[in-house]
Write a protein that binds this ligand. Structure first.
Ligand SMILES: [Zn+2]
Length: 181
């Protein structure tokens, strides 16, 4: 159960990011660090022939810190590459990046899977727009640098296949509560 919960992370509770770590029990509390979170990112506009682990590594490290590359799409039929990237929680989320591909500089769009609520004005996790102290309400939401478009729909997983997201989330919280009791 725990491995699956960590594998499918990050989770959110009431639309807020929930950071989970697997612990051995031997850690010192002062060493527990929740300053970062990793997400699966869908990376668009990369030509089929250019897709590789090496390129995933480069683009991942431009967006944050590269962790993993989903190689399940060997034929390159999907519109995107999937890369697991570690982000600093207190930094604005990336919206994409410029990559040099085949001698040409192109803008690469991204979408983030399982992205919880975040601020559309400054792109940070931890609060939403209506709680933002930096947001000037004169600016219409449609003109903000961020929006729901950054959120990708998650891949169907073998374990959770077809099951509504909410059911899996409810089961997780039930198990966490039982485990902690
Ligand atoms: Zn804000």
């Amino acid at each position: 159960m725990t491995a699956r919960v960590i594998e499918q992370s990050p989770w959110s509770f009431d639309n807020y990011l929930l950071l989970l770590r697997e612990l051995s029990g031997l850690e010192q509390p002062r060493d527990l660090c929740f300053a970062s979170v990793d997400f699966w990112i869908k990376i668009y506009n990369i030509p089929f022939v250019k897709r590789s682990r090496a390129l995933a590594n480069i683009v991942g490290n431009k967006l944050g810190q590269f962790l993993d590359y989903d190689q399940s799409d060997v034929c390159g039929w999907t519109k995107y590459m999937r890369v697991r990237v570690l982000f600093k929680v207190d930094k604005p989320l990336p919206r994409g990046t410029v990559m040099k591909i085949g001698g040409e500089r192109i803008w690469v769009d991204i979408k983030i899977e399982r992205l919880p609520g975040f601020c559309y004005a400054i792109g940070c996790l931890g609060h939403v727009l209506r709680e933002c102290s930096a947001y000037d309400e004169e600016v219409p939401e449609s003109e903000l640098p961020y929006g729901t478009w950054l959120r990708a729909s998650p891949m169907k997983t073998r374990n959770g296949g077809g099951k509504p997201e909410k059911d899996i989330e409810n089961k997780l919280f039930h198990d966490l509560r039982e485990g902690g009791a």
